[in-house]
Design a binder for this molecule. Structure first.
Ligand code: F0G
Length: 458
């Protein structure tokens, strides 16, 4: 078997716009020359290199063998793929892991019938330790903070990043500062950062306002920024795509569909796809499509109205609070992978999101509203002909249903859109609602309910 070289010395930072390659990053992880975002690149990975950086077959079998290892790094669904990540010196001392990754890939038979896409699956990133995809990036970026000797880490968040950061900071004996919009995040997410011991500040602004304050803060205080402008986050989040390809026996699907908020996740998945093709781990690229809520659609508008030439920030509003973002930091990275993979961008309404969430639920898979934009988007991409019935599609579900039970309960009770301008459209989702019944405590009442349900079942 060929030997596997480690990535130890081979990752470098590069500005995505001006190409500058700084030796290290500043507190705000922005290019000191032009102010844009930095990314990691791996100089030894060009496809025409002789000998190639890795033997793809050897790498695949190494990763597979690690699944039976008892080593904590090998058991992590992120660090198992460490050859494709930046190196953290002294990993036994600095890597903070909660056994993230290793998330399931499910078939969605009912959703497949409803969309006419037979080969439809969902990779459930909500099955991570803090119940969202953020953990895969957080383990890498929090470890880098630990390695850098930081006492404080911080993020602005719509709730999932903060929950994840607070957990990883606690595990690594670091303090964490959370900036979240007051009143616009779910209780489930807020409760996580409280329990994990974060200093939690609810600012009277939206997510974009929290980001502005955080950017100022990191220039004045020695806190380590853990938003997805931090390129270590992106590297860790790549592993969702690597793990997905392994689960598909390295046979890429035709389409991968992701929600778009701050656009770090789509950038990460796209980066992984491009790198895997470069390294000959896969032979072709799936099309990566990005779906936004209509009320928080700056990227959709950037692509559709301005051909990706500029992005106009907006005041965002959607019940899918995780993606209530009007000025996405990573839009240029996302644009690049959208174009490189030939993906599409779509927007979906509030009612379409709620209906899609209940449809995914009816397949026995719970997700939070932001994740459900993927199925709602798939329906639109089917109608436009971009996705064909015979193609293989994977939806990336980003957060767990229990992150935002309020949304779910209101939907099933018929309260979610009551009194709003969406009420008429929402009437068409009545067949998806499962209203809880309050009954007297007698057997007859329960049997009557059972019989009525049987008569009404499809
Ligand atoms: N889905 C969920 C459940 C999220 O929490 C987020 C982002 C996204 C999708 C969008 O991912 O930002 O990488 O495009 N949540 C961030 C947070 C912003 O603070 O938790 P993205």
């Amino acid at each position: 078997m060929s030997t596997i070289r480690t990535a130890e010395t081979s990752s470098r930072l590069r500005c995505i716009v001006c190409g500058a390659t700084p030796g290290s990053a500043g507190q705000d992880f922005r290019c000191t020359t032009c102010g844009d975002l930095l990314e990691f690149f791996f100089p030894g990975w060009t496809s025409n290199q002789d000998p190639p950086a890795f033997d793809p077959a050897a790498l695949k079998s190494l990763w597979l063998n690690r699944r039976t290892s008892l080593d904590a790094l090998d058991q992590s669904g992120v660090w198992r793929f460490r050859e494709l990540l930046p190196h953290i010196p002294n990993p036994e001392e600095h890597v903070i892991t909660l056994g993230e990754g290793n998330t399931p890939l499910y078939r969605l038979p009912r959703c497949a019938r409803a969309t006419g896409v037979k080969n439809l699956r969902a990779k459930h990133q909500g099955m991570n330790p803090t119940a969202s995809f953020k953990d895969t990036g957080m383990t890498v970026a929090a470890s880098s903070a630990h390695q850098g000797g930081f006492r404080w880490v911080a993020c602005a968040s719509t709730g999932n990043t903060s929950a994840s950061m607070a957990a990883y900071a606690a595990r690594g004996n670091m303090r964490s500062l959370v900036l979240i919009p007051d009143g616009k995040i779910s209780w489930g997410k807020l409760s996580q950062s409280l329990d994990y011991g974060a200093l939690t500040c609810q600012l009277r602004t939206d997510f974009d306002g929290c980001v502005r304050i955080l950017n100022e803060l990191v220039r004045q205080k020695p806190v380590y920024l853990l938003n997805s402008v931090n390129p270590y986050r992106i590297e860790g989040q790549k592993t969702a795509a690597i793990e997905l390809m392994e689960q598909l026996a390295w046979e890429p699907p035709d389409h991968i569909i992701v929600p778009g908020g701050n656009l770090g996740n789509s950038s990460a998945i796209g980066k992984a796809l491009l790198e895997m093709r470069e390294l000959k781990l896969i032979s072709r690229l799936p099309k990566l499509s990005i779906i936004q809520a209509h009320g928080a659609n700056p990227f959709y508008r950037s692509v559709r109205e301005f051909g990706g030439k500029k992005l106009e920030p907006m005041t965002a509003d959607t019940l899918a609070t995780a993606i209530r973002i009007g000025n996405p930091a990573s839009w240029k990275k996302a644009l690049r992978v959208l174009q490189a993979t030939g993906g599409e961008v779509e927007e979906v309404t509030e009612v379409e999101i709620a209906a899609a969430k209940a449809e995914i639920g009816a397949d026995g898979i719970g997700c939070e509203p932001a994740s459900a934009v993927t199925l709602a988007g798939l329906k639109k991409l089917r109608r436009s002909g971009f996705v064909k019935s015979g193609e293989a599609v994977v939806l990336i579900l980003t957060g767990h249903l229990l992150k935002d039970p309020d949304f779910t309960i209101k939907f099933h009770r018929g309260d979610l859109f009551a009194g709003t301008s969406d009420a008429a459209e929402a009437a068409q989702t009545k067949h998806l609602q499962r209203v809880p019944l309050v009954l007297d405590a007698n057997l007859g009442a329960v049997i009557a309910a059972l019989d009525a349900a049987e008569r009404n079942s499809e």
